[in-house]
Design a protein around this ligand. Structure first.
Ligand code: KG4
Ligand code: ZN
Length: 337
């Protein structure tokens, strides 16, 4: 589908272990193409992401992924308005490859460059292809690196309500999956197994009863203790107990935020938002008058389409950047009080 009446930008994402490029329209953030080269099979042999291997793989895959994104959109570089790229947070070596590629392309094609915060990308992932978010909104960002709640009166203005004090929920999923002997990435596997078990193991619900902050490290350690202490473990039951505890914490905190702020929409984004269990728990009128919005499954986990949408927002509101920026591995989302 060639964009005739739309302006388009090329977005590049390499913050972790996906090499991704996408062509995104200014109008309704239409996705004209979204190419993702996953490195999962490569990292699986080590049981997790190996940073040096990830950067090397980004170098190998980058040109083909960019070529695919342009070909699928039936565009050539001169049709582009700008080049957007993830600047952080993420793995330093992985970010550096995407940023170097984006800078070289922007220079060679004489296009402006737009650095994009990866977290902002996730927040925009539910607005691709014309999906509308009504404000005020509450955002739950649940990924491998983050577990955060925000309140937003309008797009781009995020008030941080809470964050995790230790592990993110995705990280806890992946670590528990590893303890249970599942190959990397084990997170999605836990969701598939949980419905066949019963939540019979008494696991804690950290920080459940007050506030908006999270903690998942103690819950993860409790699973470890069960594995150490019990002679016979029912893996499906233990998985179900863990997933149930995680989901209860996430849905309780989100509901608390909706009760306090009465938002039009509750937007749930990040890799863990792909969870069918979380989607089911938040279906229908789970949050009363607040409508729950998820990104399409393929835009829940890391991709460049979401970076393109956030890139348009940045470009329109803050303009292009000088091309002297470097990667920011620990970049935070800028928030308001
Ligand atoms: O957003 P993402 O792709 O990368 C980061 O920015 O971190 O999130 C990756 C995380 C991993 O921890 C993975 O286990 C989790 O998302 N994840 C899931 C599912 N799919 C991915 N967790 C639960 N259920 C899923 N279906
Ligand atoms: Zn991510």
């Amino acid at each position: 589908m060639k964009p005739i009446h739309d302006k388009v930008l090329l977005a590049i994402e390499t913050s972790c272990d996906e090499t991704a490029a996408a062509v995104i329209g200014k109008n309704e953030y239409t996705v004209y193409s979204s190419a993702v080269a996953s490195q999962i099979p490569l990292h699986a042999q080590w049981g997790g992401v190996v940073p040096a291997v990830a950067s090397q793989q980004h170098v190998l895959a980058m040109n083909q992924v960019v070529r695919s994104a342009l070909e699928e959109a039936e565009l050539s570089p001169e049709d582009l308005e700008a080049v957007a790229v993830t600047v952080g947070p993420g793995l330093p070596g992985s970010l550096a490859v995407g940023i170097s590629a984006a800078k070289a392309l922007a220079l060679g094609w004489s296009k402006p460059i737009v650095p994009v915060n990866h977290l902002m990308g996730h927040l925009f992932s539910a607005q691709l292809n014309g999906a509308v978010i009504e404000f005020p909104a509450v955002y739950l960002l649940v990924s491998g690196g983050h577990c955060m709640l925000f309140y937003a009166k309008e797009p781009g203005k995020y008030k941080l309500l809470g964050t995790t004090k230790d592990d993110s929920v995705g990280e806890a999923y992946d670590k528990v999956a590893r303890e249970l002997g599942f190959p990397y990435p084990g997170g999605p596997k836990l969701d598939r197994l949980a419905p066949s078990g019963k939540a019979v193991y008494p696991l804690p619900r950290p920080m459940l009863n007050s506030g908006y902050d999270f903690s998942f490290s103690g819950l993860k350690s409790s699973v470890r203790r069960v594995l150490d202490q019990e002679k016979e473990i029912d893996t499906a039951d233990l998985t179900c107990s863990f997933v149930t505890a995680c989901m209860e914490v996430l849905t309780t905190k989100l509901k608390r935020a909706c009760d306090e702020y009465s938002p039009e929409n509750a937007v749930v984004v990040g890799g863990v938002s792909a969870s069918p269990i979380l989607r089911e728990l938040l279906s229908n009128d789970a949050l009363g008058d607040t409508r729950v919005v998820f990104p399409s499954l393929k835009y829940a986990t890391d991709n460049a389409a979401m970076i393109g949408a956030a890139g348009w927002w940045e470009y329109i509101h803050n303009g292009p950047s000088a091309d002297t920026f470097a990667m920011m591995p620990r970049l935070a989302l800028s928030t308001i009080d």
